[in-house]
Design a protein. Structure first.
Length: 505
């Protein structure tokens, strides 16, 4: 191993191993930009296979001791991490804004939602309690325990560089696993800040490691036999690839994919409430949220009125630098901004009405920022690419349907099934929707129904490959495996030789 450990340089975005900077051997790197200025602020190292194996080996070496660390001590580290995070979350939010572009208040909200999972994981002693049956057979006790898996890989997307990793690593670590986090190469610095915080909180060396990189790093995580499970979040094609590759390598996998989230607005809904919700959920974080609403489905005669109210509100959104007094920041990269803008072009030429045009935005920020303003498209139909594709930008499409059944059919025939919402004052209609809709997370008069940490986060269909959602008890189950034990301490003679199948007596 020729790699060296050196002090950090904030423009050299490195790996993290054994509670220290790890530079690795690869000389490859890619620029990280501030989306509000367009300027390169650093370069993130792209791991080679050798670098990835070094980090995985560190996580594997740390596993036995961490697994055997008492729950009391593990919980103390979790509490210390929570206290440090809570006290210093503004620092993390600033890092997120600088590399992702979202406004500071939104970045802070992301950290807070991640912190809730840390708080959930502080209850790990309770969550790991097994079952015990005394005298299952005469003088025989039966019990079950849940044990950690080993080193696990977390591969995260650009849009939540702190919260998405925190959906997984607090639970994984609390349960006794060790972690290799592979963040997005677009905004990799948040992961290093969190790694330093773990070290400060007293987490032993090798328990939390960061591997920077691209497909090479990911592929090593997916196939290396020392990695026992993969938690992935990103776009659907990569989620599918990750699921297929890592399960073929015998790993436990949860791979969360892309989304196309619909909100249904019934004729009896409070249209002011619904319009506010569409603006917040469509344009918050510039639409770069997997739970963003991108399709507003107006049912019956309310469509004109709803479109007017959304347009009126969306026109007041201040697009600009996330460190200033802006409502909405830039898109993450120039290429992504151009791609999103090209969808608006396509929607227009396909016949959608551009009610509000983000391509003409005048942003409060540097000329080279990756700006695109809120865009509202009306009369969108299911065959248009603005509807069929996940755009992942500030583009809200309005589809008009005549009935609730048509709205439901639209959602249920969509390949994605991450989040959805219904706006209505009719409890019966809402209850019917919650029962009939084929989507993993449902909001009733709530546009972004992100579950609490003690419930589980995850979509259906092409929005999640695997059968286990993130955090909550599903997360605890994902990061542990069950062991059932049958024990007899009294009557050690076992009744002598008996080749029959053991029976309960
Ligand atoms: P992405 O799929 O491009 O990247 C996700 C991760 O995969 C990154 O770490 C990236 O480095 C890695 N990756 C990219 N290409 C790869 C390849 N060919 N082989 C192996 N690894 C590869 O996603 P993104 O653009 O960073 O994030 C946005 C996407 O994430 C959207 O589709 C969004 O809906 C989705 N997302 C989903 C959820 C959810 O909960 N379902 C949450 C957040 C984001």
């Amino acid at each position: 191993m020729t790699a060296t450990i050196q002090p950090p340089d904030s423009t050299d975005i490195h790996h993290w191993m054994n509670n220290r900077v790890f530079l690795g051997t690869s000389k490859d790197s890619v620029a990280v930009t501030n989306p509000a200025t367009g300027a390169a602020t650093g370069a993130v190292r792209l791991a080679s296979g050798t670098d990835a194996r070094a980090v995985i080996d560190a996580a594997a070496s740390a596993f036995p001791a961490w697994r055997d660390t008492s729950l009391t001590k593990r919980t103390q580290v979790l509490f210390a991490f929570r206290e440090l995070l809570n006290a210093r979350k503004e620092e993390l939010a600033a890092i997120i804004t600088a590399e992702h572009g979202k406004v500071l208040s939104d970045a802070l909200g992301e950290v807070t939602r991640g912190q809730e999972v840390v708080e959930f994981a502080c209850g790990i002693p309770h969550l790991l309690k097994g079952g015990f049956t005394e005298n299952a057979s005469t003088n025989v006790d039966a019990y079950s325990i849940r044990q950690p898996l080993g080193p696990v890989g977390i591969i995260s997307p650009f849009n939540f560089p702190a919260m998405v990793p925190m959906w997984f690593f607090p639970v994984a670590i609390a349960a006794g696993n060790t972690v290799v986090l592979k963040p997005s190469e677009k905004d990799p610095s948040a992961s290093l800040w969190m790694a330093r915080l773990w070290a400060e909180a007293g987490l032993p060396e090798g328990v939390f490691n960061v591997l920077q990189g691209d497909k090479t790093a990911v592929d090593e995580l997916l196939t290396n036999p020392k990695i026992k499970a993969i938690s992935f979040v990103g776009s659907t094609p990569i989620a599918q690839y990750v699921y297929a590759t890592a399960t073929a390598a015998g790993k436990r996998v949860q791979a969360l994919g892309g989304a196309k989230n619909h909100a249904v607005i019934l004729p009896d809904a409070d249209l002011d409430v619904a319009a506010d919700a569409m603006v917040n959920a469509g344009f918050g974080s510039a639409g770069e949220r997997c739970m963003a609403i991108s399709a507003a489905v107006a049912v019956g005669p309310i469509a004109d009125d709803l479109v007017d109210r959304i347009a009126e509100r969306a026109a007041t959104i201040k697009t600009g630098d996330g460190t200033k007094d802006s409502d909405m920041g830039p898109l993450v990269t120039e290429a992504h901004r151009d791609k999103v803008a090209s969808y608006i072009d396509a929607g227009e030429s396909d016949g959608a009405k551009v009610v509000l045009d983000g391509r003409q935005v005048s942003a409060d920020g540097a000329a080279d920022g990756f700006w695109l303003g809120p865009t509202l498209l009306d009369n969108v139909t299911p065959s248009m690419s603005v509807y069929t594709d996940e755009i992942f930008g500030p583009v809200l499409s309005v589809l008009r349907v005549a009935t609730y059944d048509e709205a439901l059919e639209l959602i249920n025939s969509n390949p994605y099934g991450n989040g959805t919402a219904i706006f209505t004052n009719d409890g019966g209609a809402a209850r019917r929707f919650q029962n009939e809709v084929e989507v993993g997370m449902v909001g009733i008069n709530v546009p972004i129904p992100v579950p609490m940490a003690y419930y589980s986060f995850g979509g259906w269909k092409a929005s999640l490959f695997g059968d286990t959602h993130a955090h909550g008890t599903e997360g605890v189950n994902f990061f542990t495996r069950a062991k059932a034990i049958t024990s007899r301490w009294l009557d050690p003679s076992h009744g002598g030789i008996n080749l029959g199948f053991p029976e309960n007596k």
